[in-house]
Each structure stands twice: as structure tokens, then as C-alpha cells.
Design a protein around this ligand. Structure first.
Ligand code: HEM
Length: 396
């Protein structure tokens, strides 16, 4: 779903009414009479049924981080989640942080800031709440060709900070890190980016670093089974939350770019220019996996990414992908360390990411251009009510 559709309150994807209400959408903090909201003034409420940062379109920048508790004290964690929730609510309104305000983002508005918190499996053991760990938080299985760096994977607490300004995103991370001192320390941190609002003339699906239109066939919020795919209905404290799978996926861009465009298109099953499926039509035309070309060959090859990943190939498995690109300098061999910070929100990873990745890793034709280098699975608690904090159902 598109960013401008939300900003403009029109058309595709999340309807403006829905986002401003239950879903917690974007609105101008001080809207001018008829002008569209300025990028800086765009504010996304922190409080709501679901945490912000799931249903909103990707912002231009992301900071992802995981923290490990430095002690095993449940009441210290409760204080931290209260403090973090209070700070996130202030920052998303465009107010100073209070404690540890460092002025990095002074002068800027909230820039669509969202702060999303998750809990890793290890957290529950650490604070003596093993019995409260949801079964869906069982560790992800090992997949063929995984090359995971555990130091950049997992973690007790996970934070996703999205904003349309890099200083605003960094500011929020730095404040949260300093507020955690004595209770939790940074385990890993990664920065990512996505298209900046206003970069294209009209609302468009974004592109990844392989040049593909990416995000087209995400579950649509206006479809009846959307909530059942993305949000969990239990157990107790986590109802209304979600699970996020994170994968740092490096792209072998030199190999990819040596492939002619028509072959690149058969790797995905969609046209590179406009994202239309190779079975015909435009980007939004439903994919016809059975369609054959006049020569009898499948229009969408048997190992094309969209065929292997499709819900129809995986017993209905679905997830809401919300990834960001990254670029992190050079590798020792001189190639770019670049790719996708893949994030997928779902009601149950065993009925979402796991079956799909099992099939992809066994050999869709995109996999040979990718390396999965880090991984995480976190339960994303439901949103906090005004005056409450994220994780309250578990920690109070
Ligand atoms: C679709 C790229 C990794 C699941 C797509 C599309 C592209 C794409 C270009 C078509 C447009 C769209 O519908 O969004 C990539 C790249 C990846 C990657 C570059 C890695 C760097 C993954 C992973 C999963 C996944 C790890 C899940 C395990 C899906 C799904 C679809 C999709 C479910 C929609 C299929 C459909 O129903 O049409 N991906 N993808 N992708 N991808 Fe990926």
C-alpha cells in the first residue's frame, strides 16, 4: 500500500479514516488549510490497538536494533518499557524526549516517526516468565544456505524506528539506548532506507536494490482476512499483537546485474519496468500462475520467486512484508555490503514465514543471488493505550 494514499487520505491501501482511528495512521499535527501536510509535520500516533510501524507505509529511514537485558530483573524491565513507551509517545508527537534529550532532532517535526517494540524468546527465560512465552515464538528452523551471524541476530528486546528523516530516526535510537543504560545494552544495530515521500510524481510501490518493484502482492488491509493474517488473537497478553521475522539478506548485486533484464524478470515472475506479472496486465492484475505462453511454456516459470512464495503454493501462508534496503560499506572482496533488511509481520510464523522460506531456500531462482546473514523472531505486543505502556499485559 502506498505512502501518498495514506498522506492524501485517498484510494488504495489504508483508508485515511481507518488509519487515523483504530489503526493509528498519519495526520498533520498542525495541518494547513488546503496544502498537503509538510513531510516534517506528519505525525503517527504511538497509542492504539496495534503498535505503530506495522500498517504504515515504510518511511524513508529505519533504525533497527536489538537489546539484551543486563540483569534479570522483571521490575527493571517494566520501568524500562514504561520509560521507552513514554518517550516514544513524546517523540512521535514531535516533543523533546525529556530524559537524555540531546537535540539531534531539534528543529525537525516528527517526520512520521514510529517506534515499534518486540520481545525475543530469550527475554522470557531471562525474567522468569518462561510459562508466558507464546508457543509461536519457538526458534525459527535452520534453512538451507543460511549463513547467520548470531552476534547480529536474536536479542531480548527488538526496536524498529522508522522516520522520514535520518536525524529524527537516529535521535530516537540514541535516546532509547541511553535511557536503557543499566537495564539493557545494545546487541546489534542496523540502518536502512526506503523511498522518500515526494520522490515520485504519484503514489507508487517502492523498489529494492535489485531494481524490482517490491511490495505489490502484500495482504491488503481492506480485505476481510487481513487482520487474521497479521495480528494474533492470543494467548491473553499478546492478543492484538503480531510476530515479526527479521532477516538481513545480502544481495549479490554484481552477479545480479550481469543478468540480462529478461532473465531477471523470469527470476521474479514480474516485469522490471512496472512490476506487472509475466502472465499479463499491469502491476495490480492478479497473477495467473497457470498461464502458458503460445509455446506451451509457463508464463511465470516454475522456480520464479512469486510462484514459490505465493500463498497458493504454501497452504495459504501469508505475511505483511515491510522491508528496508541497506548499504553498509564494502566487504573484504570489494563488493558492496548491500541488500534487504527483510521484515515480515504475521499472526503466526509457522503459518507465514517458515513454510515460505523453506520452499524459497530449497531453490527459487532468486535465492542464488541472496545470502541470509542475520535473523530474528520477536513477538510484537499489542499497542499501548494512552497512559499505558507496551508489554503491560505481560509485565504488570
Ligand atoms: C514477492 C523480492 C525475499 C516472500 C516479491 C516480489 C519481489 C520480491 C520483487 C514481487 C512483488 C511483490 O509482490 O512484492 C524479494 C527480494 C528478497 C525477497 C529481493 C530478498 C532480498 C523474500 C523472503 C520471503 C518473501 C525471504 C519470505 C520467506 C514473498 C512473498 C511475495 C513476494 C510472499 C508475494 C508473492 C505473491 O503472492 O505474489 N518478493 N523477496 N520474499 N516475496 Fe519476496
Amino acid at each position: 500500500f502506498s505512502r501518498r494514499a495514506v498522506l492524501g487520505g485517498a484510494g488504495a491501501g489504508l483508508a485515511a479514516g481507518a488509519t487515523a482511528g483504530v489503526l493509528g495512521g498519519r495526520a498533520a499535527a498542525t495541518p494547513a488549510a488546503s496544502a498537503p501536510p509538510a513531510l516534517g509535520r506528519t505525525a503517527v500516533p504511538f497509542h492504539g490497538t496495534h503498535q505503530a510501524g506495522i500498517l504504515q507505509p515504510q518511511q524513508a529511514r529505519v533504525q533497527l536494533a536489538a537489546f539484551d537485558l543486563t540483569g534479570g530483573d522483571r521490575s527493571a524491565l517494566r520501568q524500562l518499557m514504561k520509560r521507552w513507551s513514554d518517550t516514544a509517545a513524546r517523540l512521535t508527537r514531535g516533543e523533546p524526549a525529556g530524559d537524555h534529550e540531546n537535540q539531534i532532532a531539534t528543529d525537525a517535526g516528527p517526520c512520521a516517526l514510529t517506534v515499534t517494540f518486540g520481545f525475543g524468546s530469550s527475554l522470557f527465560d531471562r525474567i522468569g516468565l518462561t510459562a508466558q512465552r507464546p508457543p509461536a515464538l519457538a526458534p525459527l528452523p535452520a534453512f538451507p544456505e543460511d549463513a547467520l551471524d548470531r552476534a547480529r541476530s536474536d536479542g531480548d528486546l527488538w526496536v524498529q524506528i522508522g522516520a522520514d528523516d535520518a536525524l529524527v530516526a537516529f535521535h530516537a535510537l540514541r535516546v532509547l539506548q541511553q535511557q536503557a543504560a543499566g537495564t539493557a545494552s545494545l546487541r546489534w544495530q542496523m540502518s536502512g532506507f526506503s523511498r522518500t515521500p515526494g520522490a515520485t510524481d504519484r503514489a507508487m510501490t517502492g523498489r529494492n536494490l535489485m531494481g524490482q518493484v517490491d511490495g505489490t502482492n502484500n495482504p491488503k488491509p481492506d480485505t476481510p482476512d487481513f487482520a487474521a493474517k497479521v495480528f494474533t488473537d492470543g494467548p491473553g497478553w499478546s492478543a492484538g499483537g503480531s510476530y515479526v521475522v527479521f532477516r538481513r539478506i545480502r544481495m549479490l548485486l554484481d552477479n545480479w546485474e550481469n543478468l540480462p533484464t529478461d532473465r531477471q524478470e523470469r527470476v521474479i515472475g514480474r516485469r522490471k519496468s512496472d512490476g506487472a506479472p509475466l502472465s499479463g496486465g499491469t502491476e495490480s492484475t492478479p497473477v495467473d500462475l497457470a498461464k502458458q505462453n503460445p509455446d506451451g511454456i509457463l508464463a511465470i516459470p516454475a522456480d520464479a520467486h512469486i510462484r514459490v512464495a505465493a500463498p497458493a503454493s504454501n497452504g495459504g501462508a501469508a505475511m505483511l512484508r515491510r522491508g528496508f534496503s541497506y548499504q553498509d560499506g564494502l566487504l573484504p572482496d570489494g563488493s558492496l555490503d548491500a541488500g534487504l533488511l527483510f521484515l515480515a509481520f504475521q499472526a503466526d510464523p509457522a503459518r507465514g514465514f517458515v513454510p515460505v522460506q523453506r520452499r524459497l531456500a530449497r531453490g527459487d531462482s532468486l535465492s542464488r543471488f541472496l545470502r541470509h546473514e542475520a535473523s530474528g523472531l520477536y513477538v510484537v505486543p499489542p499497542g499501548a493505550a494512552e497512559g499505558g505502556y507496551v508489554g503491560q499485559g505481560l509485565l504488570d
